[in-house]
Design a protein around this ligand. Structure first.
Ligand code: ADP
Ligand code: MG
Length: 428
């Protein structure tokens, strides 16, 4: 089979690496890919136009396409492929609205009783600011549309909150703001494969969204992830029953068949798991941590999802744990420096390196984006996985690299006390 992976980040390199294991695969392509992905696949230059890529895929006889990032999904890449009779792993434009419009997602959650922060949606700045005065802080202000992880402000003072509202609503093209209740707890990610009928959760994981150790500094695309996140079975059961199934059934009831992976960004609160947001694709860097633990054939699973044949499927996982440490360029997230020469030695057993913003310049590997490399350690347990990842990081030559030294610390603390945060929150 000819398989195409769409995207150019660490998540897509991980998808490609996992797909490459499959005996079903005869040839791999990546559009547009990165320097690391070039070792596994033929890179297809791509400007980002979904119709152009669909035409190319038809011409090239691509049998299955896996979509990494949200932007092409929200632009309707799945619709473009389906119209041409091509198989694709990724939701249609309508289904991807769960990520493309936070206002849509909140309204959907409300309709189906999915636990989430109380919220209001506004398009009118006057009404929005009035509401803000009324409810006060702390409050969370969200740009309803796609904002590449830069659309959310957690405000603890009114000035910051007002500024955020004004920034979103006073744009020429108009905007929509979601204002929601501030939730306290620990943040975790649960991904699930779904063909619109069946829901198959993957291992729980935890991202590290802030730039600096101790969850300080600015928000980023994600600085590292661990899997499996130690979540007690009761909490995980609630995530399935109260969140994932109602979402997929709710969409179906409204005529929307969701096929792909659904991302539930959750806060584990005193009252149980609540949704911060849904995404319409794998998380980055969660995918880099989760996929190496998956025993099952990813291509076979993606085919079943794309064809609506997921029912009766069981996932097999490798034992142990995994940890991903992201190496970002100096200046990330504001203004990452590009063109930094990189040297990545061959990783030892139990370590994987997934590329993100890298490219070849005259035969040399250089940085070409904010997040540049992902070092993944695989071990018998989380401590072992972290040790392997952190032992390899200093062997990479990447002057000025920015990375967190405390990936997995929260998860490790739960493991050492034997209680996940779900368990802690159930105690009176
Ligand atoms: N209701 C909330 N209470 C507390 N923190 C929140 C809330 N909503 C979002 N956040 C924080 O803001 C981050 C970004 O919000 P999210 O809804 O995931 O938007 P996006 O990923 O599109 O930027 C979350 O990862 C979380 O840390
Ligand atoms: Mg998010």
């Amino acid at each position: 089979m000819k398989v195409l992976v769409v995207g150019s980040g660490g998540r897509e390199h991980a998808l490609l690496w996992k797909a490459a294991e499959s005996p079903l695969v005869e040839k791999l392509y990546a559009a547009p890919g990165n320097a690391g992905m070039a070792a596994l696949a033929e890179l297809v230059p791509w400007s980002g136009d979904v119709e152009v890529l669909a035409d190319w895929a038809l011409e090239a006889g691509i049998d299955l396409t896996l979509v990494g990032p949200e932007a092409p999904l929200v632009e309707g890449i799945a619709d473009a492929f389906l119209e041409r009779g091509l198989r694709i792993f990724g939701p249609t434009q309508k289904a991807a609205m769960i990520e493309g419009s936070k206002a849509f997602a909140k309204a959907l959650m409300e309709r189906y009783g999915i636990p989430t922060a109380r919220h209001r949606t506004f398009q009118d700045p006057i009404l929005a600011l009035e509401y803000l005065e009324e409810v006060g802080v702390p409050i969370v202000i969200k740009d309803s549309g796609l904002a590449a992880g830069k659309g959310v402000t957690v405000a603890f003072d009114l000035h910051t909150a007002k500024q955020a509202v004004v920034n979103i609503l006073n744009r020429a093209e108009g905007g929509e703001v979601v204002m929601e209740e501030y939730l306290e707890g620990e943040e975790v990610t649960v991904l699930a494969l779904t063909d619109g009928e069946e829901v198959l959760p993957l291992l729980p994981s935890q991202d590290h969204k802030r730039l600096l150790d101790g969850d300080q500094g600015p928000m980023t695309g994600g600085m590292g992830a661990v899997a499996p996140y130690p979540m007690d079975p009761e909490t995980l059961g609630r995530v399935e029953e109260e969140i994932l199934w109602p979402l997929i059934r709710g969409l179906k009831a409204e005529g929307v068949v969701y096929r792909g992976v659904v991302y539930a960004g959750l806060m584990l609160t005193q009252e149980g798991p609540k949704v911060l947001e849904f995404n319409a694709r794998f998380g980055d860097p969660e995918a880099q941590a989760i996929l190496p633990l998956l025993q099952s054939d990813l291509v076979d699973l993606a085919l079943k999802v794309a064809e609506g044949r997921l029912k009766g499927t069981r996932l097999a996982w490798k034992a142990g744990a995994s940890a991903c440490v992201v190496l970002a360029a100096p200046g990330y997230p504001e203004s990452p420096r590009k063109g930094i020469p990189l040297y990545v030695p061959e990783p030892p057993e139990g370590v994987l390196v997934f590329h993100a913003g890298t490219r070849r310049e005259g035969g040399h590997l250089v940085s070409a984006g904010g997040r540049v490399l992902n070092v993944v350690g695989l071990g018998k347990d989380l401590g072992d996985a972290l040790e392997r990842a952190y032992a390899f990081v200093p062997q990479i030559a990447f002057p000025g690299a920015v990375y967190r030294k405390d990936i997995g610390r929260k998860a490790l603390a739960h493991l050492s006390t034997g209680a996940g945060p779900g368990e802690a929150s159930r105690r009176p």
